[in-house]
Design a protein around this ligand. Structure first.
Ligand code: NA7
Length: 533
């Protein structure tokens, strides 16, 4: 067999934060690695999400790789929360700095992956007919990477342009003088709405579920604060590996302080901005009465900002505890509804009847639209993996195995699919923590595992059904110790009609999870079968 025909040690699917680091880490250990990326550039979600206002809700100094001390010292972030454009520049810089691009095949979508039992490896087929063989296949396909358009009656008959926030045109969109509709008020909607409102002639927001949002108070980063943070980077990163993101955590419960102190604490955190707000008391995510106090605080804020009482009422979330849908972080979101060119349609009261060529009909009224923006979210967590036809032992499909919801061991592998790894897969903390902290951990675990297999002369590693069943139960139990399952969220697939309702991320602290993963490895990969010499 020539060198060119030799199977890859690993083929990585996706060139976002996860795929790039997997490529870098495995190459540093001498592995032959190829990355397949469907897009025309690197960056993953940060390549696609170019809508105005797109920004990370984790502070820039934390939302970055920790694996290279020089990189983290040299890269200068310009704002407290980095914009999509700045994050993409950072990812591109990483790709160049570590000479990763020549190992990435762009414009290439993996369509089919079949485990070859005689070869103990994966046969891969791409959308342009390329066939590859890999000992290991690593899904770095992202948790929020399959955009979903809403299934609304006759939406396809609308004659104006329809843009999904997660697949935004590279050349940008000029909304000047247009009547624009936005469907969706999750993180993306809440970021894009104030921006479009400033440009469009008329903006109509179609809201199905009112969401909680806290102000970002984004601002330029001062040199001094950046330097101070960087001087303590090692301690900050070590702490992040325990807690995910560096918020101000406390041991106090909401009712251990007086009402006045509680309000003051909410006020203080609100004025600091960001997701730190939701960590004001230790029991806000587990005790409904405690959660009501913080939810009431936000509702009072909304009423104080939004002048029209009925609009304010519609904007007040009332069907889920705060934080059980991902909290949003905004810049001027609620204020936007005081603009004369902005209208809110509360779909809970007046659902969309149907689309037509010129707009939308709601409660008997025709609302004319020139353009539609769908900030309607993703087939989250399992969608990107299931978009590929993956066949494991005996030709059994992953879609079949996950028909009742994803089943994994540690969110890293699943029974019947040897040598197939997922980075931040369902059953790992993934979207509940700073994604990059989760990604780096998984890449290191997978790299150690592949090294171990090679050193011990094993050809395959595979989760056992029993260990996987125990893990699925463990993940489910962790979610049910919190209020998280109380919302119809994408955490449990509720945004997709017909998707099985299973709480997918692992709701334990990432430090706890890391130790669980480490114990498994220390015990010679307990719960996995290693085989084949
Ligand atoms: P999200 O958080 O899934 O938000 C999608 C929004 O779209 C949400 O308000 C949905 O309402 C709404 N939606 C979805 N389908 C429809 C239909 N058919 N009709 C009306 N409204 C609809 O996606 P985002 O892109 O905002 O954020 C995803 C994550 O990306 C975010 O958490 C960050 O981590 C980055 P619903 O709440 O389902 O009633």
């Amino acid at each position: 067999m020539s060198e060119a025909d030799k199977p890859w040690d690993a083929v990585v699917i996706g060139a976002g934060f996860a795929g790039l680091y997997a490529l870098h880490a495995l190459r540093a250990r001498g592995k032959r690695v190829l990355v397949l990326e469907a897009a025309a550039g690197v960056g993953g979600v940060w390549y696609w999400n170019r809508y105005p206002g797109a920004r990370c809700d984790v502070e820039s100094l934390q939302y970055s790789y920790s694996f290279d001390a020089e990189l983290e010292q040299q890269w200068q972030w310009s704002e407290r929360y980095a914009s999509q454009a700045e994050i993409l520049r950072y990812i591109e810089h990483v790709a160049d700095r570590f000479d990763l691009r020549r190992h990435i095949r762009l414009n290439t979508r993996l369509v089919c992956a079949t485990f070859n039992e005689s070869q103990d490896g994966w046969d891969l087929l791409t959308d342009d007919g390329l066939r590859l063989r890999a000992q290991h296949c690593i899904m770095a396909t992202g948790a929020l990477s399959v955009p979903r358009l809403p299934a609304i009656e006759a939406i396809e008959s609308f004659e104006g342009p329809i843009h999904h926030t997660g697949a935004w045109p590279h050349e940008g969109v000029d909304f000047s003088n247009l009547r624009v509709g936005v469907i969706g008020t999750g993180s993306s909607g809440i970021q894009v709405i104030p921006q479009i409102a400033r440009q469009a002639r008329q903006l109509t927001v179609f809201q199905r579920t009112a969401n909680f949002s806290v102000p970002a108070w984004n601002r330029p980063l001062q040199d001094q604060e950046q330097q101070a943070f960087k001087a303590a980077y090692r301690e900050h990163r070590a702490r992040a590996r325990e807690v995910g993101t560096l918020y101000e955590f406390t041991d106090k419960g909401a009712f251990e302080v007086s009402e006045h102190e509680r309000e003051q604490e909410y006020e203080r955190r609100w004025n600091k901005g960001g997701v730190n707000f939701v960590h004001a008391f230790k029991d806000l995510s587990t005790n409904l009465a405690a959660n009501d106090t913080i939810a009431d605080f936000v509702r009072a804020r909304i009423r104080a900002v939004v002048k029209d009482e009925q609009v304010a009422q519609s904007l007040c979330p009332n069907d889920h505890p705060l934080g059980t849908k991902r909290i949003c972080v905004d810049t001027g979101y609620y204020e936007t509804y005081n603009r004369p060119n902005v209208r809110l349609v509360d779909l809970k009261k007046t659902p969309i009847e149907r689309f037509g060529p010129q707009g939308v009909r709601v409660a008997g009224e025709d609302i004319a639209l020139d353009a539609l923006v769908c900030a309607t979210g993703y087939d989250a967590l399992s969608g990107a993996v299931l978009a590929i036809d993956i066949r494991g032992r005996g030709g059994v499909g992953l879609r079949e195995k996950w028909a009742q919801g994803p089943r994994t061991l540690l969110g890293l592998m699943c029974a019947g699919f040897p040598n197939l790894f997922m980075i931040t897969g369902p059953g790992s903390p993934s979207v509940l923590v700073n994604m990059i902290v989760g990604i780096e951990h998984h890449v290191q675990w997978i790299s150690d595992c592949i090294d171990h297999l090679q050193q011990q002369g094993h050809r395959t590693i595979e989760a056992t059904v029993a260990a996987q069943d125990r893990w699925v139960e463990h993940v489910n139990a962790a979610a049910h110790r919190t209020l998280l399952p109380m919302a119809n969220s994408w955490f449990l697939g509720a945004n997709i009609p017909g998707k099985p309702r299973v709480f997918m991320p692992y709701a334990a602290k990432i430090g706890v999870y890391r130790r669980e993963c480490q114990e498994v490895a220390d015990q010679g990969y307990a719960g996995f079968i290693l085989s084949g010499a």
